[in-house]
Design a protein around this ligand. Sequence first.
Ligand SMILES: [Ca+2]
Ligand SMILES: [Ca+2]
Ligand SMILES: [Ca+2]
Length: 182
Amino acid sequence: MLSEFMNNKLTNYFHLRDLDQDGFVAQEDWEGSARNLAEIRGWQPDSEEYADIVAKHVGIWTTFWKPADLDNDGKVALDEYLTLTDTLRKRGSFAQNVILDLFGAIFDIIDRDADGQITFQDYTLYFNAWGLNKDLAQQAFSQLDLSGDGRLSRSSFIQFSSNFFISNDPAVPGSRLFGPYE
Ligand SMILES: [Ca+2]
Ligand SMILES: [Ca+2]
Ligand SMILES: [Ca+2]
């Protein structure tokens, strides 16, 4: 069983990924966010960058979200998502590796110039692509950017992401990876 804290945190995260707000997370939500990000970055639908960013988002859906679709209806309901994450968390090092892969992939999407650092601006644009505003990005980023230099390294981001999924401690920085969940 997930604690109430984990339950709230992951429920909030689930809703952030439900781009079209239909109550389910599906491939369409990930594709929609990819299209939004491409548009924000000024990439044309026939460009290589566009195809690449869509492929990366669909890859995350297929690898990390689709396995949660226990009833095979092509979309992930909240209870399916919570069941999968609870199972993953119990598998210790396996979960750790999944998180490394998943959030490495997410970091690489956010890190537009691929220099291993993301800026507050990068983070804001990523939030925008998910229909989330700059204030939320600010609240999240300020909790993660411990040195306050406006940048976040790949290793810190992955560490915080791991805290987000594994830690039962609300005080760790990663607990607000995507802003407040209360
Ligand atoms: Ca949806
Ligand atoms: Ca389902
Ligand atoms: Ca960068």
